[in-house]
Design a protein around this ligand. Structure first.
Ligand code: PGA
Length: 253
């Protein structure tokens, strides 16, 4: 069975209220204008915009996701947001273990695994991010690093329905640098193999593995036509509705 591509926007810590609503409306309009798209769409605004973006997306085939969550349902965790709270707002996805959270907040594979389990329990789909640093890539460790991150951060209850993997080489995020298509396919194929060992071949074959890191309209086609690339996690280019939609169009959505 073919895997339906997922075109996901990670807005990171961007947009005030009016900008966010505008962006969401433009994404909704662009996606509607595409007609019957072959892909699934997702936007992940900051927590502050979730409610308003949900309203702005009304009637559009664009899912809503958050960029992180806590692993508890509620309690004394000042400043944190739980998966059930996200579900309550209309989210269906949550990004977990993005390299910026791994680096800025010291998130470990174990923690990300716990968050993913909590997300699953709240019926959210987890987009679990992995990827090597430049030093690791230069040392020839890219595949090994990703293997370890998959084994450590993907919970045993993961299915193709509740989990998406995003391979994002840290050195490609926001830099305009992109690995060669051979390098991308090598990691994606290796990740699928590790998923097969961990979750079984049937699940691994159905699970989507996104590529992320400097995806833009001009490189979307070559990246998203690779056999094991099932969509994109887009940062910078997702802040322009036109570019976000162009990425989808150029990848055959
Ligand atoms: P970028 O970010 O598209 O700006 O490189 C991707 C990401 O971090 O998800």
């Amino acid at each position: 069975m073919a895997r339906k591509k997922l075109i996901a926007g990670n807005w990171k810590m961007n947009c005030l209220l009016a900008e966010g609503i505008d962006l969401a409306k433009n994404v909704a309009g662009g996606v509607k204008a595409m007609g019957k798209a072959q892909c699934e769409f997702l936007v992940c605004p900051p927590f502050t915009l979730l409610s308003s973006v949900k309203k702005a997306l009304r009637g559009a085939k664009v899912a809503l996701g958050a960029q992180d969550c806590h692993m508890a349902e509620n309690g004394a965790h000042t400043g944190d947001i739980s998966p059930v709270m996200l579900k309550d707002l209309g989210c269906t996805y949550v990004i977990l273990g993005h390299s910026e959270r791994r680096a800025d907040h010291g998130e470990s594979d174990e923690l990300i695994c716990q968050k993913a389990e909590a997300a699953h329990k709240a019926e959210l789909k987890a987009v679990i991010c992995i990827g090597e640093t430049l030093a690791q890539r230069e040392a020839g460790q890219a595949v090994e690093v990703c293997r370890k991150q998959i084994l450590g951060s993907v919970p045993a209850d993961s299915t193709a329905n509740n989990t998406v993997i995003a391979y994002e080489p840290v050195w490609a995020i926001g830099t305009g640098k992109v690995p060669t298509t051979d390098d991308v396919e090598e990691v994606h194929a290796a990740v699928r193999k590790v998923l097969a060992q961990k979750l079984g071949k049937a699940t691994a074959n159905k699970m989507r593995i996104l590529y992320g890191g400097s995806v833009k309209p001009s490189n979307a086609k070559e990246l998203l036509s690779l056999p094991d690339v099932d969509g994109a996690l887009i940062g910078g280019a997702s802040l322009k509705a036109e570019d976000f939609v162009a990425i989808a169009k150029n990848s055959g959505c």
